[in-house]
Ligand binder design. Structure first.
Ligand SMILES: C[S@@+](CC[C@H](N)C(=O)[O-])C[C@H]1O[C@@H](n2cnc3c(N)ncnc32)[C@H](O)[C@@H]1O
Length: 203
């Protein structure tokens, strides 16, 4: 069972969506992840929002002209995504078993984004498999972008996955580290408790 499922019981879609809606109403920028991805690949690029939740990153990228697919395991989260953007493809699947061909999807994504602590919220021990599955969905030279917390202040669950462990997963899947930042605003990474990592598949 994923840490997310343990944490929420798989019923938190509406509450999660309302939390971001309230942030947006209060004037907070809720599109940092989409803006970050849009700076890496041009409009029209194929983007997989892995662990898309309520779809907020994919929906924003689609508004900016990207060709997006969202995938998640939590039906309550996907229900919100489907209601918000019924025109987009939303796929319910476990990232640890993600198989684009079996889902009728081409494995030629320009960019895969895992925003919002997806990696620390996976089922324990599945991180390497998930990286491998996501790497296999990328076209040559494609990018895997993941932002997640590393300490208790930045996580809703006890800290687990470290950056060296994540980098080792990426390396084993044939992905090389391109850049690492401290935020979705691309602040320089300084060893703090949150990191946004960009890894690239071999060309
Ligand atoms: C905190 S939410 C982030 C949602 C979205 N990426 C965002 O930034 O708003 C973490 C998401 O990871 C998803 N997740 C965790 N383990 C998963 C798995 N094995 N397969 C698919 N999705 C998973 C959860 O269902 C949840 O929607």
């Amino acid at each position: 069972m994923s840490r997310w499922q343990e944490l929420t019981g798989g019923t938190s879609g509406s509450e999660y969506a309302e939390r971001f809606a309230a942030l947006a109403r209060s004037g907070k920028d809720v599109h940092g992840e989409a803006r970050f991805c849009a700076a890496l690949v041009p409009p029209g690029a194929r983007v997989l929002d892995a662990g898309c939740g309520t779809g907020r990153v994919a929906i924003r990228l689609a508004e900016l002209g990207y060709d997006c697919v969202g995938t998640d395991l939590d039906a309550s989260m996907l229900a919100v995504a489907r209601a918000e953007a019924p025109e987009l493809p939303w796929v319910r699947t476990d990232l640890a078993a993600f198989d684009p061909a079996a889902l009728g999807l081409a494995a030629d994504f320009d960019l895969v984004v895992a925003a919002g602590n997806v990696f620390p919220l996976l089922a324990p021990g599945t991180e390497a498999t998930v990286v491998e599955r996501l790497a296999a969905a990328l076209k040559p030279g494609g990018l895997l972008v993941a932002g997640f917390g590393l300490d208790a202040a930045h996580l809703p669950v006890p800290p687990g996955l470290t950056l060296p462990q994540y980098d080792a997963c990426c390396s084993a899947a044939g992905l090389a580290l391109v850049e690492r930042f401290a935020s979705w605003d691309a602040d320089a990474y300084d060893g703090g408790g949150y990191a946004v990592s960009v890894h690239r598949a071999a060309p």
